[in-house]
Design a protein around this ligand. Sequence first.
Ligand code: NI
Length: 206
Amino acid sequence: MTPARLGFVAVLAVLVLGGGWLAWQKLRPPLIIGPTTTSGTVEIGGPFELTDQTGARRSDEEFRGRYILIYFGYTYCPDVCPTSLLAMSRALQLLSARAPEAAEQVVPVFVTVDPERDTVEALAAYAPSFHPDLVTLTGTPDEIAAAAKAYRIYYAKAEDASSGTYLMDHSSFIYLMGPDGAYLAHFSHLAQSEDIAESLERHIGG
Ligand code: NI
């Protein structure tokens, strides 16, 4: 074989083998990366044991049979948290106007990621600015960490040296959980209350 011919055969071999490999890549079953990508459901939610704005202990189990709209944030939050809580509250008002029996099945819940400042008293002062049924929850740092972990919420202190105070970085998803405690949907803090209300109606209606 001449060197040129040898080169041609080598190129041909690469093409044939390469094509075969690509075809096999397409045909073989997809790699299983993790439980959340294969089941079609998202594993968000889980048990929590926290304290509400009246000082009463509350657990996830008491909400079984009802839907919860749950949001993690903190009362010192300058913008995102109040925006999200207002969107939740307005969504429930909208739903209540057109499907009161559906609205009655939804409990809005706020869990602080800043238990250091968000005491029972701080929550009691904060909650009435939003929905009358809003359950606001705090707890020990460990209890908050466990609840946040269950809902896949990231949070961290962001110190502000100039003011001597701090903000909290945190995920800002509103989760809709079903009567069995399972995740149904989530909304960003930019979601319009109308869209949240429509989603609630859809989930609760059927
Ligand atoms: Ni916030």
